[in-house]
Design a protein around this ligand. Structure first.
Ligand SMILES: C[S@@+](CC[C@H](N)C(=O)[O-])C[C@H]1O[C@@H](n2cnc3c(N)ncnc32)[C@H](O)[C@@H]1O
Length: 400
């Protein structure tokens, strides 16, 4: 059997193992990891190939899943055709669908080529939650492999770029935010000296725009109420500068331990971990709320199939409760920044509108910069297409 033939066999075997779970396991990426860990015979290069093929399957599931029953070889061909052209996929794609016309970037053109239904690629409810997500260009962006964005933690960009160049990696700075760098190579930045020295962190450009758009002042004491592993905590601490301070809290102690290590690597001495919820008042509070994660669908495509409209509504209730809880920690005149990685208006502007109705001592603030994002009734929707990012929402409120 040819190399591509045996790779196709392994790919179909991996899909069979995942298939019972991909419509119901919100933690599917962990399952994929375990599957690779248990499949020792798959080498690291083939792992990159299979990871890309699996994520392509999840992105285009309604087009591929029915073929698994009727014509598995065709399912594998369609997946190879839809997969990104990467060093890890190139030879396999050439051997599997090399005689097909080039795969077009637009979802509508892909659907036309395959005689498939573009609308089936998203859950039916998304159009009511975010009309722009269901059509081009955001529909196309949501069905593209996510880029690797870095946030530079040094003004000395050349020091980072020199190492990338020496590794043969290309990258580009975001025009809208020069401290954000897109790595165009398939590479593990955590193996670089620049990463070990704290000169960079992995953070999606859209996520970086949240605090930039909120116009955080370069001073003051802040609470990062849902800090997780601290992507935004580190950025906030850098924006506040040495005279500022961030107390970081989360209900997940493991995430906070990771945050601590990242802060150490970045050399940031102005972050403290709060094991218990904060009790004091702050100049600013960031509520980066847990959400449906619909803004991350290109990175976590299984969530399209595991998230129901009812779960989005439940998430919105929790977000409102967290906003109310942590708003109490904002001093009069202080800032409250609310963010999600959701596309849904129910988790975004409608949550903010409901909060404002119940808290007349808070006012909505205009964004300091909008980066061309969509101004909603109560906040800014950062959609995937304009700057090749995940989708986010941010609203800045001020306590009277
Ligand atoms: C969107 S994630 C935060 C991401 C993080 N801020 C970053 O930039 O990487 C939401 C976080 O909220 C946390 N969370 C959920 N319920 C919470 C609560 N009641 N209090 C504090 N944090 C909570 C979750 O553990 C999760 O880490």
């Amino acid at each position: 059997m040819s190399l591509a033939g045996s790779q196709q066999k392994v790919f179909l075997r991996l899909l069979s193992a995942l298939r019972p779970h991909w419509q119901r396991d919100a933690n599917l990426p962990a399952r994929i990891q375990s599957l690779f860990a248990a499949s020792r015979a798959i080498g690291s290069r083939d792992r990159r190939l299979h990871r890309e093929l699996i994520y392509t399957t999840l992105r285009f599931l309604p087009w591929i899943e029915p073929l698994l029953d009727t014509d598995p070889a065709r399912a594998a061909q369609v997946t190879a055709w839809l997969a990104a052209d990467l060093p890890a996929t190139r030879a396999y794609r050439a051997a599997t669908c090399g005689d097909w016309p080039a795969c077009p970037p637009a979802v509508a053109a892909k659907a036309a080529q395959l005689g498939a239904d573009a609308a089936a690629l998203l859950p039916a409810w998304i159009g009511r939650h975010c009309a722009e997500a269901a059509v081009a260009p955001n529909l196309d962006a949501l069905h593209t492999r996510a880029s690797l964005w870095l946030r530079l933690q040094t003004p000395d960009t050349a020091r980072v770029l020199d190492e990338f160049t020496a590794n043969g990696w290309t990258s580009r700075c975001a025009e809208i935010l020069p401290s954000a760098l897109e790595l165009l190579a398939e590479a593990d930045v955590t193996k670089t000296k620049a990463w070990a020295d704290g000169l960079l962190e992995v953070q999606d450009l859209g996520s970086q725009l949240i605090l930039e758009s909120a116009g955080v002042a370069s001073r003051g004491r802040w609470l990062d109420a849902c800090a997780g592993a601290g992507g935004k905590t580190l950025q906030l601490a850098a924006l506040l500068g040495p005279s500022g301070h961030v107390d970081a809290h989360d209900i997940r102690p493991t995430a906070l331990r990771e945050l601590e290590a990242r802060a150490r690597r970045a050399g940031l001495g102005n972050i403290a971990i709060l094991a218990a919820p904060a009790t004091g008042v702050y100049d600013g509070v960031l509520v980066d709320a847990p959400c449906s994660g619909s803004g991350t669908w290109r990175r976590a495509p299984h969530l399209k199939w595991t998230t129901s409209a009812g779960q989005v509504t439940q998430a919105a209730e929790k977000q409102l409760a967290l906003l109310a809880q942590f708003a109490a920690r904002v001093r009069p005149g202080g800032q409250l920044v609310y963010a999600t990685c959701s596309l849904s208006r129910f988790e975004n502007e409608e949550a903010v509108t409901a909060f404002l109705a119940a808290h007349p001592d808070f006012d909505l603030e205009a964004p300091a910069r909008d980066f061309g994002a969509i101004r909603r009734s109560a906040g800014l929707a950062i959609l995937p297409a304009p700057h090749n990012t995940d989708g986010f929402f941010v609203a800045s409120l001020r306590r009277r």
